[in-house]
Design a protein around this ligand. Structure first.
Ligand code: GCW
Length: 722
């Protein structure tokens, strides 16, 4: 046997072994498994032969560790690591400060405009030979460049995409955890909170580091570790010490820690009689608190605040404005370079106004009044992370303010952790929406990346779907949504297709049939969910409190927490009139948007019932009546899920057993839940339409009263008091 042959026989055995090894999803998209193509594999082996990681710091150590892990995993051979370029090397990672060759003009030129997080990955000629380099201005860029290279190698097994020069379009790319100190997670469906506050700071769960690695690998550089429905205790000395221990784990991976600040903390922790943001004692309390935090965590990111919303305290308790509140905190953190992210998710039960309009009414008059280190964080749509919403009008209405986009990765309204719903298309729909302010082309993406209004504080936040479940996200495909969020926050011009392709290859390997099948399922899944939950612009018709399953009948109590407030079904028709004849929420958009959406004939059908109340016999583009179209959409949603389930079944031999069976069982649940949505919603709406179901669709089953009686006191993700 030739050496080459022995080598490849060995490789094949290792590949086979790794195929047989159970996969439980813990490794996420960082599986570093063997490629199946011997030629590609040979190139990978060559690449890891001798790697120079030039630089000494905790981040460079993290890079070295990742190279070792990836190299050993992908080749079965431990890579040889060097600290300096001497003699031959296969790969060099560093910065101009840590490695002489990166001072060459052709590399310096590439690094010119890409800041501390950007990187160049490509070949240079060194001593007459082609040498692969990851070059960056700073260690963060070297880390991101390394992960880019590893992603490429895993996803395609080759380097044909090189050279690449990248830098993030948005500077603060944040996960928002809605994690409580007792480890429950609000709207969390993947177990409990990762943060073991009881054992911190002395016990460091190894998972914290894997969490940081996963985030860094997709460019996430900040983590707000506590719930926006905040507990002031996290700002106490004991907890700051615990938070600092977490920050120490995250730091090498370029991740800054942030905390949610409960506005009444000066009273609860400091014993002050008020939390008035203009009160000198209150201001001093926050400023001292910031000093204390920065002493323990010098790179602390800042505060995220939910104020005067859903019962949270805020500046309005003292007749002050959101700007007064945000600026007070901004002044406290600004000497340390911190930021304040203030949420625009405010609405009040006492105000009669359409809930969709309330954020603009509150915030637009404050445009230009916020400090430079304040960002206003706006949800993608004006209500609340529904399966589909038009973009939030605030994005086009505050040119003098830094606006951050908040999307929800956890699937509160999209099937929680029992449904496969790939969210990149939802995120993209918002990012690509044109606000028309100041002119066309001012997409939400370009508002939040600062390019439309020339702003430098930029942020995008995703409400995390991560918990203690072994596979992190409950549903294996929930990982794709975490991944997609990170990739889009880094580069919002990536497409849903591109991101899905990367994720599938990293998660399942490079079998073309698997890739095509899984991608088909993923790309169809969001529209399917919209169809079987809330087609044609319907919204907020889910079960009360837990938000699990359908609840179009929900009424009574606070009107803006009911379903009837939103669908307004009656004998004449269905939908929320938000035109000038109704709430005129459309008036909050630029004329270019308002005109198009204001006329049912030109309004995209996907938003029709969001903006219009229309008769049941209104004629749709398809030629069907509105009632028939609604029925058909629900039916189509179910057909799509059935198709997804069948598609997955074809992969039984290609996907490892554990992951295959989990997804298969969950798709069966998804199909049941989709039918439950269809049955409950169509039976309910039929009371008003008084029309038959189209005979050629599967007829809804069951009795409406039975659906209405269903209760879920232990549905995950809710507070016991709800
Ligand atoms: O969607 C609603 C959720 C609440 C959440 C709130 C918010 C953290 O149902 O659980 O509270 O949004 O975004 O503040």
């Amino acid at each position: 046997m030739t050496i080459r042959r022995i080598f490849f026989t060995g490789m094949c055995l290792i590949t086979l072994l790794s195929l047989l090894q159970a996969e439980d999803g813990y490794k996420l998209w960082l599986r570093y498994s063997h490629g199946s193509d011997p030629e590609k594999q040979e190139a990978v082996v060559k690449l890891f032969r001798k790697v120079v990681v030039a630089g000494s710091s905790a981040t460079f150590d993290a890079i070295r560790e990742e190279i070792l892990r990836a190299g050993s995993g992908m080749t079965g051979i431990t890579p040889v690591l060097q600290g300096e370029l001497s003699g031959q090397a296969s790969l060099v990672i560093g910065t101009p400060l840590t490695c002489e060759i990166f001072n060459r003009p052709e590399i310096k030129r590439q690094l010119e405009a890409i800041g501390p997080e950007g990187y160049f990955v490509g070949h240079v000629t060194h001593e007459g030979k082609k040498l692969l380099v990851v070059a960056a201005n700073a260690q963060a860029g070297a880390l991101y460049g390394t992960f880019h290279l590893l992603r490429m190698l895993q996803a395609s097994g080759n380097l044909s995409g090189l050279p690449v020069v990248e830098s993030p379009k948005i500077s603060h790319r944040l996960l928002n955890h809605w994690d409580n100190l007792d480890r429950t997670v609000e709207r969390g469906y993947a177990g409990f909170s990762l943060w073991n506050w009881h054992k911190l700071p002395d016990y460091i769960d190894p998972r914290y580091k894997d969490y940081a690695r996963a985030n860094a690998s997709i460019g996430i550089n900040g983590s707000v570790v506590t719930n926006v429905n905040a507990n002031s205790l996290v700002l106490s000395g004991d907890y700051i010490e615990k938070v600092a221990a977490l920050a120490d784990v995250f730091r090498p991976y370029g991740i800054r820690i942030y905390l949610t600040a409960r506005f009444s903390a000066p009273m609860e922790l400091g014993g002050l009689p008020s939390a008035d943001p203009l009160d000198a004692d209150v201001r001093a309390w926050w400023s001292n608190k910031a000093d204390e935090i920065y002493k323990a965590i010098p790179d602390f990111g800042g505060f995220l605040v939910k104020a005067n919303s859903e019962g949270q305290p805020g500046p309005q308790n003292y007749n002050r404005t959101h700007a007064d509140g945000a600026n007070m905190l901004a002044d406290a953190v600004s000497p340390h370079g911190g930021i304040v992210i203030w949420r625009a998710f405010v609405y009040s039960a006492e105000i009669e106004e359409d809930r969709a309009k309330q954020a603009n009414n509150e915030f637009v008059p404050l445009d230009g009044l916020f400090r430079e280190n304040v960002l206003i964080q706006v949800k993608n749509g004006p209500i609340d992370f529904q399966p589909r919403e038009p973009f939030h009008p605030l994005f086009g209405a505050m040119p003098e303010t830094s606006l951050a986009l908040e999307v929800q990765i956890t699937q509160e309204y999209l099937g929680q952790a029992t449904q496969l719903v790939y969210l990149a298309p939802l995120f993209k729909e918002c990012l690509d929406s044109d606000t028309y302010t100041p002119g066309s082309g001012s997409t939400v993406a370009r508002i939040i990346d600062g390019s439309v209004h020339g702003r430098s504080q930029t942020a995008m936040a995703g409400v995390s779907n991560i918990g203690t479940d072994r596979n992190w996200t409950g549903h294996l495909f929930g990982q794709a949504n975490w991944f997609a969020f990170g990739r889009l926050a880094w580069n919002h011009s990536l497409t849903s297709e591109e991101i899905s392709l990367e994720w599938i290859r990293l998660t399942f390997g490079d079998d073309p049939f698997v890739i095509e099948t899984v991608q088909g399922m993923m790309l169809a899944s969001r529209e399917a969910a919209v169809n079987y939950m809330t087609p044609l612009g319907l919204h907020h018709i889910m079960g009360r409190g837990h938000h699990y399953g359908p609840g179009p009948w929900v009424s009574g109590g606070r009107p803006d927490w009911t379903s009837v407030y939103y669908h307004k079904a009656d004998s004449l028709g269905i939908g929320f009139d938000r035109t000038a004849t109704g709430s005129d929420a459309l008036g909050q958009y630029a004329p270019g948007v308002a005109q198009k959406y204001g006329d049912p004939e030109t309004c995209p059908e996907k938003y029709l019932l969001w903006f219009h109340h229309l008769p049941w016999d209104y004629t749709m583009n398809s030629g069907y009546s509105l009632w028939d179209e609604i029925c058909r959409r629900y039916d189509l949603g179910i057909r799509t899920v059935e198709w997804m389930k069948k598609s997955w079944q074809e992969l039984g031999d290609q996907v490892d057993e554990e992951r295959y069976h989990q997804v298969q069982s969950l798709l069966t649940i998804q199909e049941k839940e989709a039918k439950w949505w269809r049955n409950a919603c169509l039976l309910y709406f039929q009371q008003f339409s008084r029309r038959p179901f189209p005979p050629d669709i599967e007829q809804p089953e069951g009795e409406l009263e039975e659906y209405e009686k269903m209760r879920f006191p232990y549905a995950p993700g809710i507070r016991p008091s709800w």
